[in-house]
Design a protein around this ligand. Sequence first.
Ligand code: ATP
Ligand code: MG
Length: 479
Amino acid sequence: MRGLQALNGAIRVWLGGGKRSLDGFMRRFRKQEDSAINPTTPTIIPRSEHAITRSNISPSALKVLYRLKDAGFNACLVGGGVRDLLLGREPKDFDVATDAHPEQIRQLFRNCRLIGRRFRLAHVVYGREVIEVATFRGQQTGGEEDDSEQAMTDEGRILRDNIYGTVEEDAWRRDFTVNALYYDIADFSVRDYVGGMADLKAGVLRLIGDPDVRYREDPVRMLRAARFAAKLGFRLDPATAEAIPRLADLLLDISPARIYEEVLKLFMSGEAVASYELLRQYGLFGQLFPETEAALAQEIDGHPQILISRALENTDTRIDEDKPVTPAFLFAALLWPPVQRRWQATAAELGDIPALLEAGAWIVTAQAGHTSLPKRFSMPMREIWSLQPRFEQISGRRPLRLVTHPRFRAAYDFLLLRGAAGEVDQKLCDWWTTFQAESPEARDHMLTASTEKKPKKRRRRRSGGAKRDAGGSADATDS
Ligand code: ATP
Ligand code: MG
């Protein structure tokens, strides 16, 4: 019955919209067909048969859930919170879904702000904790007009999704089955409309509905697939995986600011190595960092690959040890292969330091079309690069000045990465490791030794791009 209604609806759209493309029709038809076969009766897992207890839910999230319920609304925990609790992991944050509309949510909570245009929702703020409260979304109808609460491009990308619906409809609008489980505060049951429980048990990440349609609606779901697979150690369902390399270039339509947010989640959540491997495997990495991908594709000696892998391993270790990580260092490593290639290629012509600075400026511009990077991170990133030649100077007073540079530590860590990748002499790395840890007297001693070992040679400037040569000229500029 629902199937027939869907077909009828689709034919009406087809007849009524002569100017619309066949593609658009097929897309809408397939979607309506999908929804026609959706089962609407959920599997309800009662409190006694699942592992979620209120003591594992943040008190702020519980407050939000109870206040909504007491005001007569449906209120559920959904998304990563439910998924992670069922897996026995600690959730990163708690997302709430409700049938209350954003304005109604705002009236219930003083500490609430409404955000988002594409996807309007409420943030309820308790100190540093933010509980995201979203109103149940309804079915996409696929209208192209851009002035409604729902809008889609001709290619099927969702511009706006602010049509509200039931909890069942909301479940089908979510990305992966394991992200569409609802913990209902009314009876503490878990409601499963899309087979999420079975996938959770099997360790499968499965996009809800037709992967082509769902990735076209929002290409960022491809990045989310890689991120969740890495984080949870899940495998991608074959259909969910197969579409990704085919559709990866749709990511070019996404704003660099949104991609940047996703890149941070991919690389700064403790699973950077696994995320990177999946991104490369599915042809996604090249969409995020095309110049790096190109440099990696032409690598002869494996150096750039080792440098990136080592940087990501370090990032994961630091996060595991609760040490801070910064996008400046992460991007310095991820963008270094193309910077290094260009530097090497132009050093003879421009001189060592100018070539390095030029390569840094070039990549910042080239990368801006793909991921944004706030100035407060791109500046230190470029400094990490531009300090590298100064590590070659281990005689005279210069090393003493370098260790007091505010960016010394990051630049030194970066030197070690280059050392591990075989790009600079390991002995030089060792020298700096000792030097920076020594007392002032011992440092003086080391400097005397290295100065004696290397009697000052008068070198000609810019004689064919040798690193040392231009390193000398840079030092002259800096001192
Ligand atoms: P994390 O552990 O990173 O918080 P999460 O699954 O909670 O993972 P969020 O980005 O917090 O991810 O989103 C919360 C929920 O909202 C998701 O679980 C999913 O149900 C839904 N969601 C988020 N982004 C999308 C999207 N692009 N398309 C469809 N559903 C989405
Ligand atoms: Mg979340």
